[in-house]
Design a protein around this ligand. Structure first.
Ligand code: PGA
Length: 232
């Protein structure tokens, strides 16, 4: 089971260090991923099951890309886990499909672990499951789904940061479809919290979760890891 925490634009260097120190002391069989803001990256001494990754990077070793971090900066911290295609980057920050594909190809060539995020906006969900399938399909174009370090996160845009998680039936139906397309571990993300995590990770096709807001308090994240242990 993979449990990932996306800090987004939250936490500082000091609070990230403290968060990770707390996690180190927790007994879990989960693979844990933490994505702090770039300013809080460091070479953390962590047990093998906990890895720190980056929320974003520019697909270049280094160069003139003001405000971005490239592979040189990522590698300085021995980081090899990256988020690509998160809906906030696609929609809020206007990252194009073309750039998402470039980042994917770059990370793949680097042999980094990729958590590739896909998921439909509200109007697509409302148009019915065929529309959801077509939307997801489009997000897989140009993506090597056979890459062995790929993890896919199904995150419906309307469920992210809204407190309204997709229903278990919606998650399962979409996961079942995605599993016909690829063999990578499959996560769910979108308003996962301490209360619903057990049922979500209990779904047949679900290999874990990507959690935003509900994971930012270390105590809550620890409780989620405990809830997963109980659910399995
Ligand atoms: P959320 O965010 O848990 O706050 O909905 C999930 C995500 O953005 O990955």
């Amino acid at each position: 089971m993979i449990i990932a925490s996306n800090f987004k634009t939250n936490h500082t260097r000091a609070s990230t260090k403290d968060f990770l120190e707390t996690l180190k002391a927790v007994g879990t069989t989960c693979e844990v991923r933490v994505f702090p803001p770039a300013t809080a990256l460091d070479c953390f001494a962590l047990p093998a099951h906990i890895k720190v990754g980056v929320q974003n990077f520019y697909p270049a070793q280094s160069g003139s890309f003001t405000g971005e971090i490239g592979a040189e900066q990522v590698e300085e911290f021995e980081i090899e886990s990256v988020l690509i295609g998160h809906s906030e980057r696609r929609h809020l920050l206007k990252e194009s499909t073309e750039l998402v594909r470039q980042k994917y190809a770059f990370a793949r060539a680097k042999d980094w672990e990729i958590i590739y995020c896909i998921g439909e906006p509200k109007e697509v969900r409302e148009a019915g499951f065929d529309a959801v399938r077509a939307y997801v399909e489009e997000q897989l174009v140009g993506i090597d789904v056979r890459y062995e370090r790929l993890i896919v996160a199904y995150e419906p845009v309307w469920a992210i940061g809204t407190g309204l998680s997709a229903s278990l039936e919606q998650i399962q139906e979409t996961h079942q479809y995605i599993k016909t397309r690829l063999n990578a571990p499959l996560l769910y993300g979108g308003s996962v919290n301490v209360e619903n995590i057990g049922a979500i990770v209990g779904l047949e096709e679900c290999d874990g979760v990507l959690v935003g807001s509900a994971s930012w308090k270390k105590e809550a994240f620890v409780r989620m890891l405990e809830a997963v242990k109980t659910a399995h």
